[in-house]
Design a protein around this ligand. Structure first.
Ligand SMILES: [Zn+2]
Length: 278
């Protein structure tokens, strides 16, 4: 592999040219989408299907709210429906993201008691997993809130001309690709060992703008990769909804694994620690 800018010979793990600092071909090789999807499928296979009823239940409530607002069942006022759907999104969609944290921090199975059957213990573990991830809920609400505000501003600005609708569509996708690494950044930063926490102050761990910023710089040369992964996961989950929600728990779990493996890759190349960028 050689640098396109200064023709210096580079090793395959160099993401930047060691001579001139320009991003190298290594980005494309190390962050290969096919590999990430393959690894995510492998990872998902090894995990027990968990929280099935939970995922389906939350999704049904969300779909019901979309139906009520889209067909103006409760009110015929546009802004009432717009507010109603967005506020519901802010508080309900984090419920779907929250359990994905257990991919990051697997919970050890509870010890089996004599009088308990195995399945009961399994259920207990699942329940414990879910309640362990509750602590991420407030930060996930802020995460979705920022996205919703961004979409609302776009809606206000891009009105009238059909061209503006295309601009808005592109900016929505751009926003999603920036937001893509943030949920796992929330999970990981809250789980980092004490020695690492000195570098990232306690305040920054809770600061959602700081996490967006870190994710933004980590994905600086990976926007298209992140957008593609967002689209793959989005389409898969939509298909599950069309297939009367049956495969939904599996596709949500797969989405979590894609985000997790992406996060691991970015962490492996220290993309979150590029101090020069902030
Ligand atoms: Zn170079």
């Amino acid at each position: 592999m050689i640098c396109n800018n200064c023709k210096k010979k580079l090793s395959p793990i160099d993401l930047y040219c060691i001579n001139c600092g320009v991003p190298s071909e290594g980005y494309r090789q190390q962050f290969n989408i096919k590999t990430i999807i393959k690894e995510s499928i492998e990872n998902s296979k090894n995990q027990q299907s968990s929280n099935n009823f939970y995922y389906i239940g939350v999704t049904i409530v969300l779909l019901l709210i979309i139906y009520l607002t889209h067909f103006q069942v409760i009110s015929s006022m546009f802004w009432f429906n717009y507010l109603f759907i967005n506020i519901s999104m802010i508080f309900l969609s984090p419920l779907l993201l929250m359990p994905l944290a257990s991919i990051y921090t697997p919970v050890a199975p509870l010890p089996l008691k004599k009088d308990e059957s195995k399945s009961k213990t399994a259920n207990l573990t699942e329940h414990k997993k879910l309640s362990d991830t509750k602590r991420y809920y407030p930060q996930l609400v802020l995460f979705v809130l920022i996205l919703v505000l961004y979409f609302a501003v776009l809606k206000l600005i891009c009105q009238g001309d059909p061209i503006l609708n295309i601009v808005r569509f592109i900016l929505v996708l751009w926003g999603l690709s920036i937001a893509f690494p943030v949920p796992f950044l929330i999970f990981s930063i809250n789980n980092q060992k004490e020695e690492n926490k000195e570098k990232i102050s306690q305040q920054n761990c809770k600061n959602i703008f700081y996490l967006y910023k870190r994710g933004y710089y980590a994905g600086k040369y990976l926007r298209w990769h992140q957008l593609t992964l967002c689209l793959v996961c989005g389409i898969l989950n939509l298909l599950s909804i069309l297939l009367i929600l049956v495969p939904l728990p599996a596709t949500i779990n797969f989405t979590g694994n894609v985000m997790y493996i992406w996060h691991k890759k970015q962490e492996q190349f220290s993309l979150y620690n590029k101090d020069k960028d902030y």
